[in-house]
Design a protein around this ligand. Structure first.
Ligand code: DX5
Ligand code: ZN
Length: 213
């Protein structure tokens, strides 16, 4: 059994006081800080770059879990690594050579995650599974917070857990009830945007996501 970790996604935080939001969520019991990086190309939205990661680094001691939703991850591993990322996750659907992206992330001594979109099967990452520390299964189309959980993705988590013993992270539409479904299917890292930052009680929200209401 894997320990369940909660990674609040700052995409749903109040950006006018991002440092304070991060301090609050750490005090509320978060395990990782999930940072959504979007380039307006791989996904139809633009969010956070390395300068922001660098500036919020001092707000928390928690691992920075950086989710790259960008077309050319290879070109941005170095700046995100140097800005203070601890885990760098890229999408298998991005145009670069995944083996080279993994090599670069490891070169900077960061943990490697690979992510699959809702319509991408486990087969697409099978060959590189031995090279990564984490798989991120998207349960919404990447791009925006606050979307509904895609239940069709659940069997993929079960399939993956049979062949992958490290961290399985799930991202998109997770709340108390869908988090329980993905944990039962074999996931152990819960990303949550609106169901944490959309509430007034971050500690209560995190506790519920862990399954300990
Ligand atoms: C979506 C992002 C998610 C998002 C999750 O593309 O990768 O991390 O912030 O938000 P919720 O939990 O609201 O679906
Ligand atoms: Zn994300």
């Amino acid at each position: 059994m894997h320990e369940v970790l909660i990674a609040p996604s700052i995409l749903s935080a109040d950006f006018s006081g991002l440092g304070e939001e991060i301090r609050s969520v750490e005090a509320a019991g978060a395990d990782w800080i999930h940072i959504d990086v979007m380039d307006g190309n791989f996904v139809p939205n633009i969010t956070i770059g390395p300068v922001v990661v660098k500036s919020i680094r001092s707000a928390s001691k928690l691992p920075f879990d950086v989710h790259l939703m960008i077309s050319h991850p290879q070109s941005y591993i170095e700046p995100f690594a140097k800005a203070g990322s601890d885990i760098i996750t890229f999408h298998i659907e991005a145009e670069n050579d995944p083996v080279e992206v993994i090599r670069l992330i490891k070169y900077f001594k960061k943990k490697v995650g690979v992510s699959i979109r809702p319509k991408t099967g486990v087969k697409a990452i099978e060959k590189i599974l031995p090279m990564v520390d984490m798989v991120l299964v998207m349960t919404v189309e990447p791009g925006f917070a606050g979307q509904g959980f895609i239940y069709d993705c659940l069997p993929k988590i079960e399939e993956l857990r049979k062949i992958f013993k490290k961290d399985i992270q799930v991202d998109g539409g997770l709340n108390e009830s869908t988090a329980l479904e993905v944990i039962t299917a074999g996931a152990n890292v819960i990303v949550a945007g609106s169901s944490v930052f959309g509430t007034k009680d971050y500690a209560g929200a995190i506790k519920k996501l862990r399954g300990g209401a």
